[in-house]
Design a protein. Structure first.
Length: 126
């Protein structure tokens, strides 16, 4: 599984639409097999859409994301796990273990109602 995470220093970037760095990892059998840091060129959304097809991104983990870009990315079959915050390393460990990302929810998003597709939920939006 290929996972892309918007990063800002050692943390998850708080806003996808303004992110400038993307950590792309390949997870296989609970282990990070490959890792690369991509620098965003131009518009983060357009750049991500082009880059994601080249490296076959399965999941995007990011902070806040506008509904317009969320829908556009999801139409490509990419699962979006949005409104996530915190340090990248503990998040990678949790992803590798196949665990829930509840501990990484952005402040104010405890119920998931304010966040639309929180944690990649493919159910109906509120």
């Amino acid at each position: 599984m290929n996972v892309a995470i918007t990063v800002w220093g050692s943390r998850i970037s708080p806003v996808f639409d303004a992110s400038r760095c993307l950590l792309v990892i390949e997870l296989s059998e609970g282990v990070v097999r490959e890792e690369s840091l991509q620098i965003v060129q131009g518009s983060p959304v357009d750049w991500f859409l082009e880059m994601s097809s080249q490296v076959n991104v399965d999941v995007l983990v990011c902070g806040a994301i506008c509904r317009r870009w969320l829908k556009r990315i999801e139409t490509l079959g990419i699962e979006v796990v949005s409104f996530v915050a915190g340090e990248v390393e503990p998040l990678l460990i949790q992803l590798a273990l196949g665990g829930e990302l509840d501990g990484f929810i952005m402040p104010g998003c405890e119920t998931g109602r304010c966040c639309g597709k929180l944690r990649g939920d493919r159910g109906s939006e509120s």
